[in-house]
Ligand binder design. Structure first.
Ligand SMILES: Cc1cc2nc3c(=O)[nH]c(=O)nc-3n(C[C@H](O)[C@H](O)[C@H](O)COP(=O)(O)OP(=O)(O)OC[C@H]3O[C@@H](n4cnc5c(N)ncnc54)[C@H](O)[C@@H]3O)c2cc1C
Length: 485
């Protein structure tokens, strides 16, 4: 069995290699070498070796931009949420998505899966186990030989002339220079955890964010509150229940659970390629509507909670205050006071830069939607949208004040925070290849334009003859004679 599986994967890898050869990929490197004070300069640094970072790095290299390095703070194989704080059992998305495959059939999850377990197993598979998705991403990186360096955190970004200096720490330390920076930093890409005001000041011994590293065994027998009605709240509640929690209450502000996954329902290539071209008011309208109607948790995740007799769904239960006392947590809700030992806040992420000291030098200069792109006809400011960065066509930041920080045009926000400007092409699985394509086209065009003198000089200097002069006979004198007669 083991041998068959290995043969399957190596045969897939051989097919992939052949496809790449047929397509003449990777394209030949074309970006002129750049130095600064005699030291080498990278063409692109990608921060983040999760799914978006891998797709972006792969697309850059396939496009002949090869002087590229990706860094990830996490150890290899632990990038992103999949085997760390994602507490679902399977992916939320359907299994057939082409994900980061960049248009190459042999790079899809399906090809990777069927090469090892066969077509019948594929048909029997319901949703992708999250650990298996991580295994696939590990393979993706390996088979493409992507230059990802793990255990390296970016700690600062500063402009140096027309370059970007990046401070790194961890397995590699120091300052590196690059011409372009791609921030594939994930769902909390520019900010951190979104923490409701009522939790500020509450002792962290009594609560955790759903993306924290939570010791669920310590919750055995305890009374647990989980805030939220989204996928992560279900996953965390279920994990607590399965670990033997005494009782778990889902505290849900809404009167009813969101039931319909609206954006998935209208998913199409039109949405993928058309959203970022829409007028701003329309972009706002789509994102605002989706935020208002909310995305329901998957049915299987909800059942994973409700099948426990000691789980309760408390709807219309807004939280007024939370405080700790001798008996744990006392939560005042719109339904009255409730007591718990521990609370898990599945309250999502923010993009307000507060949680990211590495962006301190840039943050004040980054233009947001609230800096003029959001107009009164779009309605009142909305948290999560108003502070979204106002990005250019290749995910590049824009300056709040023209000329104050021009390097921003070379820094690309390829993460969840790009959604309002670009649609969902830089976070979720379905359209990440389209996002990587859009990103890399922009980077390629801007690098080419920046080096145009060199490219023109190369044009002038190019002297390999196509014709050697022996391919034809010059009959011009004869023609002249005819004309003269
Ligand atoms: C719990 C959960 C479940 C999800 N399930 C699904 C799903 O089923 N289907 C779907 O389509 N989408 C899902 N998503 C959304 C999305 O697909 C994932 O968030 C996905 O991981 C996005 O990939 P990414 O590369 O943008 O971010 P990540 O995978 O989070 O990768 C970002 C990487 O950047 C690194 N990093 C960040 N800052 C730095 C720094 N300063 N220096 C160095 N490294 C840094 C991090 O270590 C991390 O590995 C889920 C998201 C979450 C949170």
């Amino acid at each position: 069995m083991q041998t068959i599986q290995q043969t399957g994967l190596s045969s897939l890898e051989a097919q992939l290699a052949q496809d790449l050869e047929f397509l003449e990929l990777p394209a030949k490197p074309w970006v002129p070498e750049r130095k600064h004070d005699g030291k080498p300069v990278l063409d692109v640094v990608v921060i983040g070796g999760g799914m978006c970072g891998l797709a972006a790095t792969a697309k850059l290299i396939l496009s002949g931009i090869t002087n590229v390095v990706a860094y990830d703070a996490a150890p290899a194989g632990l990038e992103g949420p999949w085997v760390t704080f994602a507490r679902m059992q399977t992916l939320r998305s359907p299994k057939g998505l082409s994900g980061p495959s960049l248009g190459l059939p042999q790079l899809t999850f399906r090809a990777w899966f069927t090469a090892q377990w066969g077509t019948q197993a594929w048909h029997l598979l319901d949703k992708i186990p999250k650990g298996q998705w991580m295994d696939y991403l590990v393979w993706y990186r390996k088979v493409l030989g992507l230059p990802v360096r793990n255990g390296v955190r970016m700690t600062g970004v500063t402009p140096v002339d027309d370059l970007i200096a990046i401070d790194i720490d961890g397995a590699e330390t120091g300052r590196i220079l690059t011409r372009r920076l791609v921030l594939a930093t994930g769902r909390s890409g520019l900010g951190g955890f979104a923490v409701p005001d009522f939790l500020k000041g509450v002792d962290r011994a009594y609560w955790a964010h759903s993306a924290d590293d939570i010791d669920f065994t310590a919750l055995k027998g305890k009374r647990i509150a989980v805030i939220g009605a989204g996928a992560s709240s279900m996953d965390n509640a279920a994990t607590a229940l399965e670990a033997g929690a005494g009782a778990v209450d889902m505290l849900i502000r809404r009167k009813d659970m969101p039931r319909i996954n609206k954006m998935t329902g209208i998913g199409s290539q039109g949405v993928v390629h058309g959203m970022h071209e829409l007028p701003d008011a329309w972009k706002w309208k789509f994102v605002d509507y989706t935020a208002t109607t909310q995305t329901p948790p998957p049915r299987s995740s909800t059942l994973r909670v409700s099948r426990h007799a000691n789980a309760r769904f408390l709807l219309d239960c807004g939280i007024v205050t939370v405080r700790e006392d001798g008996d744990g947590l006392l939560i005042e809700t719109t339904q009255g006071p409730l007591r718990y030992d521990f609370l898990i806040a599945a309250t999502g992420f923010s993009n307000d830069f507060d949680g990211r000291p590495e962006f301190a030098a840039l943050a004040p200069h980054i233009r947001k939607w609230s800096d003029g792109r959001q107009t009164p006809d779009m309605g009142p400011p909305r948290r999560g949208m108003s502070e979204a960065p106002d990005l250019g066509p290749s995910f590049e930041f824009r300056e709040r004040v023209a000329g104050a920080c021009p390097i921003l045009a070379r820094i690309h926000c390829f993460n969840d925070a790009a959604m309002l400007s670009h649609g969902k092409v830089s976070g979720d699985i379905p359209a990440v290849s389209a996002g990587a394509d859009r990103l890399v086209r922009g980077i390629a065009a801007s690098l080419f334009a920046e080096d145009v003198d060199t490219h023109f000089a190369n044009l002038v200097a190019y002297d390999t003859p196509e014709l050697h002069g022996d391919e034809w006979t010059d009959s011009t004198p004869f023609l002249h004679k005819e004309t003269a007669a």
